[in-house]
Design a protein around this ligand. Structure first.
Ligand code: NAD
Ligand code: FES
Length: 281
């Protein structure tokens, strides 16, 4: 069985959206869960948080940045191409609160997995305050989609080319300091951002959920690759998460483990680029 790419779109430079035909996964997918894909028999397995699902069309939407060998290869595929393995939904669904005021924070590519949560939270009657950030205006994704499901939407860019000039954390802090009653914060993006969000919310004692993108191999709790430390307890992001209480996550360990294979990843990217150019070195 293979999984067809039904739609491909470059959202902003290097960030792609793909809709994959996977009816059985689409039937069961919930916000917060992830899929694992393998492009071909020799490919590595890559986890991606589900960015959207359509039960009627039988599709799963993934959004990824072409940054490593596999994501570059994936971005080179076209509509009607097949992906060999596409497994899911994996991990635990996000908790859907009721009648709460929730701040949803999406940073960079992390805006995509925040979207289905924002939509479901809104449908469940929560007040949704969304904050989406990017390094620059031309890297901001899914503003329109996020606006449609949010009661309030704030935009930040690191270089000030759109919205607030600064980090997403500035807005989180402003809202909390204004005295607005906030019941929960959900943050998805780079680990440094999620750590910073948890740091801002801690003094206000607001529950803060983060989605951990640790390195995964099997995605089913057997290999230990996705090991994280939460409240001094070892957890596996694939089966115990991927969402955890950000106030208890050891982000330093997470970041160290994410950087563990950087030299190998760099070599794999160089080799992939070389092969694509037909280089014989
Ligand atoms: P980025 O570097 O462009 O950062 C996005 C935003 O995060 C910035 O605009 C800023 O507002 C905020 N931010 C960054 N550093 C910060 C800091 N020190 N303090 C406060 N806020 C800060 O993000 P990117 O390059 O798109 O990286 C996306 C990352 O998100 C990747 O590492 C990817 O693995 C991760 N990701 C995680 C998930 C998940 O499910 N956990 C999903 C998608 C992407
Ligand atoms: Fe292997 Fe989580 S990916 S235990």
């Amino acid at each position: 069985m293979s999984f067809k790419i039904l739609k491909k779109e470059e959202l902003v430079p290097t960030i792609y959206r793909m809709d994959i035909r996977a009816p059985r996964i689409a039937r069961k997918a919930q916000p917060g869960q992830f899929v694992m894909l393998r492009i071909n028999e020799k490919g590595e397995r890559v986890p991606l948080t589900i960015a959207d699902f359509d039960r009627e069309k039988g599709t799963i939407t993934i959004v990824f940045q072409a940054i490593g060998k596999t994501t570059m290869h994936l971005s080179s595929l076209d509509e009607n191409d097949d992906i060999q393995d596409f497994i899911g939904p994996l991990g635990n669904p996000a908790h859907i609160p009721k009648d709460e005021t929730v701040i949803l924070v999406g940073g960079g590519v992390g805006v995509a997995p925040v979207f289905p949560q924002a939509r479901t939270f809104a449908e469940a009657g929560n007040k949704v305050i969304s904050i989406i950030g990017a390094r620059s205006a031309n890297l901001l994704i899914w503003e329109k989609r996020m606006r449609e499901v949010s009661d309030e939407l704030y935009i930040t860019t690191d270089d000030g080319t759109k919205g607030h000039h600064g980090f997403v954390t500035d807005i989180v802090k402003n809202i909390l300091e204004s005295g607005t009653k906030v019941d929960r914060v959900v943050a998805i993006g780079p680990p440094v951002m999620m750590r910073a969000v948890a740091g801002v919310t801690r003094p206000f004692n607001v529950k803060t959920i983060v989605s951990l993108n640790s390195i995964m191999v099997d995605g089913t709790g057997m290999c230990g690759a996705c090991r994280v430390l939460v409240g001094n307890e070892t957890k596996f992001a694939c089966v115990d998460g991927p969402e955890f209480d950000g106030h208890f996550v050891d982000f330093t360990l997470l970041m160290n483990r994410l950087a563990m294979y950087q030299p190998e990843e760099k070599i794999a990217v160089e080799k992939y680029k070389c092969e694509r150019q037909g280089c014989l070195c």
